[in-house]
Design a protein around this ligand. Structure first.
Ligand SMILES: NC(=O)c1ccc[n+]([C@@H]2O[C@H](COP(=O)([O-])OP(=O)(O)OC[C@H]3O[C@@H](n4cnc5c(N)ncnc54)[C@H](O)[C@@H]3O)[C@@H](O)[C@H]2O)c1
Length: 308
C-alpha cells in the first residue's frame, strides 16, 4: 500500500503546530509536512516538533510545499485569521474565504485527488468554499465541524456525573459556532441513557448548550486562542481517514438531502474512513433538536449567500 502523508497548511500557527505535535506524539502517520505563508516559521515548527518526535518510534516532520501533494494524501487546512476576544467565528468570513479559495486551488493544481480536512473558521462556510473551489467529491472535502463541541460536551458531562469522558457517547451538532446544539435525547454513559444515569436530573443539564457553545469565549478571553483541543481532534480524524473501518464523528460536510437538508455544510454524525466522509442518516432527533438543526442550516446558508 502507498505510504500516505499528511500536509498541514497554516502549520506555522498555533492550531497547525498543535495538530502536528499531537500527530507526531501519537504516531498517527509516518510523515508530516508543514506548509505556511511564512516558510521559515513552518521550518522552525518542524525542527521543534522533530525534537519531540525523537522519543517516538520514528516520525518525519518537515517543511514542504504544495507540489509534493499526491492523490490520497491528507491535507489539513488551518491557514487564516483566528478569533480575537469579542469576535464570533462568522466575523472571520471575508478575510478567510479568499485565503481558503487560494490555498485549495494550489492543493488540487494539476488535478490531484487528496482528502481535504478544513479547520479554518467559520469552518462550515470554509468547507463549502473548499468543495466548490476544489471540484472534488463531497466525500473527500470536510471539516472538523462540531467534533470539538462534542468533546466539550463530553468533558462537561464527565465532570457533572463523575465518570470518564471516554465512557460518554454524546454529540453536539449543527453549526461549529453559536447555534450549535447538544443532542441529549440520544446521549449515553456506558450504554445507559443519560436520563436514567444515577444522579441525573434536568437541572444539571438545563444550560448545557450554552456551556458548550460559550466555552470557546471563556478560553479566548483567558489565553487568547484555542489550540490543544482542536489539535487532538485533527489527529483523531486524520487517524480515522487512514483506516478502512469507519469511525463515527460529527464532522461537517456538504449535505445532499440528508436530514432533509440540501446544498449546505453542517455537522451530523458521519462515518470517516479511507472511503472518505459519509453523513449517516437515521440518527434520531427530537422535534426541538431538529428545529435547532434547521436553525443552524439557516445561519450557515445566510453566511454562504453573503459571500456570493
Ligand atoms: N474548527 C475548529 O474547531 C477550530 C478551533 C480553533 C481554531 N480554529 C481556526 O483555525 C484557524 C487558525 O488558528 P490559529 O490560532 O492557528 O491562527 P494563527 O494566526 O496562529 O495561525 C494561522 C497561520 O496561517 C498562516 N497563513 C495565513 N495565510 C496563509 C496562506 N494564504 N497560506 C498559508 N498559510 C497562511 C499564517 O502565516 C499563520 O501561521 C483560525 O481560523 C481559527 O479560528 C478552528
Amino acid at each position: 500500500m502507498k505510504k500516505q502523508k499528511v500536509f498541514i497548511v497554516g502549520a506555522g500557527g498555533q492550531v497547525g503546530s498543535s495538530a502536528a505535535y499531537a500527530m507526531a506524539i501519537k504516531q498517527t502517520i509516518q510523515e508530516i509536512v508543514l506548509i505556511d505563508l511564512h516558510p521559515d516559521i513552518a521550518n522552525g515548527q518542524a525542527m521543534d516538533i522533530t525534537d519531540a518526535a525523537t522519543f517516538t518510534n520514528g516520525v518525519i516532520v518537515r517543511a514542504g510545499d504544495y507540489s509534493e501533494i499526491a492523490d490520497d494524501d491528507i491535507v489539513v487546512i488551518c491557514s487564516g485569521a483566528a478569533q480575537k476576544p469579542g469576535q464570533t467565528r462568522l466575523d472571520l468570513l471575508s478575510v478567510n474565504a479568499s485565503i481558503i479559495s487560494d490555498v485549495v486551488k494550489q492543493i488540487v493544481a494539476g488535478g490531484k485527488n487528496p482528502y481535504i480536512l478544513l479547520i479554518t473558521n467559520p469552518v462550515d462556510v470554509m468547507t463549502y468554499e473548499a468543495v466548490k473551489a476544489s471540484g472534488l467529491s463531497r466525500n473527500r472535502v470536510f471539516g472538523t465541524g462540531t467534533t470539538l463541541e462534542s468533546a466539550r460536551l463530553r468533558a462537561a458531562l464527565a465532570e457533572k456525573f463523575k465518570v470518564s469522558a471516554n465512557q460518554i457517547n454524546a454529540y453536539a451538532l449543527g453549526e461549529h459556532g453559536d447555534s450549535t446544539f447538544t443532542v441529549l435525547s440520544q446521549a449515553t454513559i456506558g450504554g445507559i441513557p443519560l436520563a436514567n444515569f444515577p444522579g441525573y436530573n434536568y437541572d444539571i443539564v438545563a444550560n448545557i448548550d450554552k456551556e458548550v457553545s460559550e466555552k470557546v469565549y471563556k478560553i479566548i478571553n483567558t489565553k487568547r486562542a484555542t489550540f490543544y483541543g482542536i489539535g487532538q481532534v485533527i489527529s483523531e480524524i486524520v487517524a480515522a481517514i487512514l483506516r478502512p473501518v469507519p469511525t463515527i464523528y460529527p464532522v461537517c460536510s456538504l449535505l445532499d438531502g440528508e436530514y432533509g437538508l440540501q446544498d449546505v455544510v453542517l455537522s451530523v454524525p458521519s462515518s470517516v474512513s479511507s472511503d472518505g466522509v459519509h453523513p449517516i442518516e437515521g440518527y434520531r432527533l427530537s422535534q426541538g433538536e431538529y428545529a435547532k438543526l434547521q436553525n443552524s442550516a439557516r445561519v450557515i446558508r445566510g453566511a454562504i449567500n453573503s459571500m456570493k
